[in-house]
Design a protein around this ligand. Sequence first.
Ligand code: CO
Length: 152
Amino acid sequence: MLRKKSKPVKEISNEIKDIINKMIQTMKAYNGIGLAANQLGYMYRIITINTADKPIVIINPRVTKKQGSILAEEGCLSLPGLYLKIKRANFIIVEGYDQNFKNIKLQATNLISRAIQHEIDHLNGVLFIDRLPILKRIKIYLQLRKEWKKLK
Ligand code: CO
């Protein structure tokens, strides 16, 4: 499910509301900065971002502007224990819908911007390790394959 592309949300149903609630609860329980619905097995384009005050919910998110580039350490709830330096745009504008299906347009920098880009990648089946430079990526894939074999 982490490698599949998620589907756009067409309307706010009870199912979608439940998914959003579960995402926020899970994100908080694991102290994550963000979460994508497919990380919980729901193939919808929904992301949640943890902030100091209220969690941000973005449905069908799309980045409409990117600026600058910054290298910083990143982790993922789906790949526990792995922290790697990943290059991302520093400033972004993201558009989509909130949990009431109202249009939203947000500006973000630094950590929030990074989290939004990371979670949107999830919706497209992309993991943060895919954003590594090629040699580093091969090294990590081999390491992960070894660990996954151990688990089987
Ligand atoms: Co992640």
